[in-house]
Write a protein that binds this ligand. Structure first.
Ligand code: ALA
Length: 488
């Protein structure tokens, strides 16, 4: 029987050969928790309301299903990759193994949007909840310290706001970065606590909200289109699916943890598909309650869930737990975003795309401490000063690109190495992978159509990435060391 291992794990890492390796501390439950920690956040607690009120009406339920299906197809491909290449880096590492150096950089660079920038974005959302939470108790932080100094919905509309920085968002990132530096086991325990709180709140909302659902609120289920793309009707459902996609982002963060999983080939697929399945069920339940207890036209508010349930006299006691659950939920998304980004930088530095300090592992904590601190620094900087609405849509577009790359990559591997050992095989791969590409491309296009500025921003982001690649990466990157053996 030939050696079944697909990746050359026996070779010392050229960059960190004399460093400690990351600690294998995560089992299947921790990995499912990591996925849920990363998934449930601003998407369901904030964006779902806007998507219903502005784009789809009650038919946002269909948008949830479209986005969920796209994620399921991509998730199945992620799971097969993770079972073959149990290494840090997720889609970046998979792209390097299958599509070469340039595509690896391109995908890795887009994943900065998926993790670091989304961490900053959600931290700013968290800050909003935190500030209003404190206000309920009579504590007011001056607005100059809770807002970004710059604002504006497009490059042409940038202006100064008079504020200094968003201090709560910065403090949250500093606090979470410190946790991540100290150790992955501690971080996993902390994450599990956050996940239990926010999942508990979601379950409470579903159980206590369902009896108050009025089917009349779901009429008309598909409000007619108002003449522009994305304003209700079928195109509204599509545009809403592009927005709702944000709510599902995060299950793939499980694959980032492959090098810290005890049994990655078995447990990473469990973590990806398990967290996706649990969150999809919770989302559908939560969306039915949200749309069923309030008029969808009123839901375009920063806190749609507590706003909707506040209308029910007998559920007033639930408002405070919902707000706490939302804050905890958003914090855990930021947490996994920072975690994922530091591991992707680790993998990219290991391959020579970035300076070696990103791959250095701390002697005692066994975490990539320098990369984690640098990640935290940039995330805090973005959250402190930038008008994040400019970058927020890029988070989804960058992630969709990574998903498409993974769906393409898995088909390439099926052709180039059909007999390689796969401890998880994507079922009906020749249907699932193309369907993943179609669904993700459809959501990307709907984002571009609904907000043309997104295209320009993606071009600028790609341009900056190319400059870094040609100034550094191309001169330093080693060939991919993932040799996928074509043997069972
Ligand atoms: N899925 C994450 C959220 O909803 C990014 O906040």
């Amino acid at each position: 029987m030939a050696q079944a291992d697909l990746t050359d794990l026996t070779q010392p890492n050229p960059v960190v050969a004399d460093e400690h390796q990351l600690q294998r501390a995560l089992g299947p439950v921790s990995l499912v928790m990591l996925g849920i920690g990363s998934i449930i956040g601003a998407g369901i607690f904030v964006i779902a309301g806007t998507a219903a009120a502005e784009h789809a009406g009650p038919a946002v339920l269909i948008s949830f299903i479209i986005a969920g299906l796209g994620c399921l197809f991509a998730g199945l491909c992620y799971a097969e990759f993770a079972s073959m290449i149990p290494e840090s880096g997720s889609a970046y590492t998979y792209a390097y193994a299958t599509m070469g150096r340039f595509m690896a950089w391109f995908i890795g660079w887009n994943m900065v949007l998926e993790y670091l920038v989304s961490g900053s974005t959600v931290a700013v959302g968290w800050s909003g909840y935190f500030v209003s939470f404190l206000q309920e108790f009579g504590y007011v932080i001056p607005p100059a310290f809770t807002n970004a100094p710059v604002a504006g919905s497009g490059l042409h509309a940038l202006h100064l706001t008079g504020a200094f920085l968003n201090l709560p968002a910065v403090l949250l990132i500093v606090f979470l970065t410190a946790f991540l530096v100290v150790g992955v086991s501690e971080s996993a325990r902390f994450n599990a606590l956050m996940v239990m709180i926010k999942t508990g709140v979601v379950i409470l909302v579903i159980i206590f909200g369902l009896p108050y659902v009025h089917l009349l609120n779901l009429h008309p289920f598909l409000p007619p289109n108002q003449g522009t793309f994305g304003k209700f009707g079928i195109t509204g459902v599509l545009a809403a699916s592009g927005l709702i996609f944000f709510a599902y982002i995060g299950f793939e963060a499980v694959s980032v943890a492959a090098q810290e999983a005890k049994n990655p080939r078995r447990d990473i697929p469990i973590g990806i598909l398990g967290s996706l399945a649990i969150c999809t069920l919770l989302y559908v339940g939560m969306a039915i309650v949200l749309l069923g207890v309030a008029d969808w036209r009123t839901l375009d508010v920063p806190n749609p869930v507590s706003f909707a349930l506040a209308k029910i006299e007998r559920l007033q006691w639930l408002i405070m737990p919902i707000n706490i659950g939302a804050m905890v939920g958003l914090a855990s998304v930021v947490f996994v975003g920072l975690y994922g980004q530091s591991r992707i930088f680790y993998a990219m530095a290991r391959d020579g795309f970035l300076p070696t300090m990103f791959a250095a592992v701390h002697d005692r904590f066994r975490t990539p401490h320098r990369g984690t601190i640098i990640t935290g620094f940039f995330a805090a900087l973005l959250a402190a000063v930038l008008p994040l609405d400019i970058l927020a849509e890029l988070v989804s577009v960058g992630t969709l690109l990574a998903f498409i790359a993974v769906c393409v990559g898995i088909m390439i591997l099926r052709i180039t190495t059909p007999r390689a050992k796969r401890s998880f095989r994507t079922p009906w791969v020749w249907f699932v992978a193309p369907a993943g590409i179609v669904f993700c491309a459809m959501m990307m296009l709907s984002l571009f159509f609904a907000s043309p500025d997104t295209t320009n921003r993606l071009v600028i982001w790609t341009f900056v990435g190319l400059i870094i690649y040609f100034a550094y990466g191309i001169w330093h990157a080693a060939p991919s060391k993932w040799k996928v053996a074509n043997e069972e």
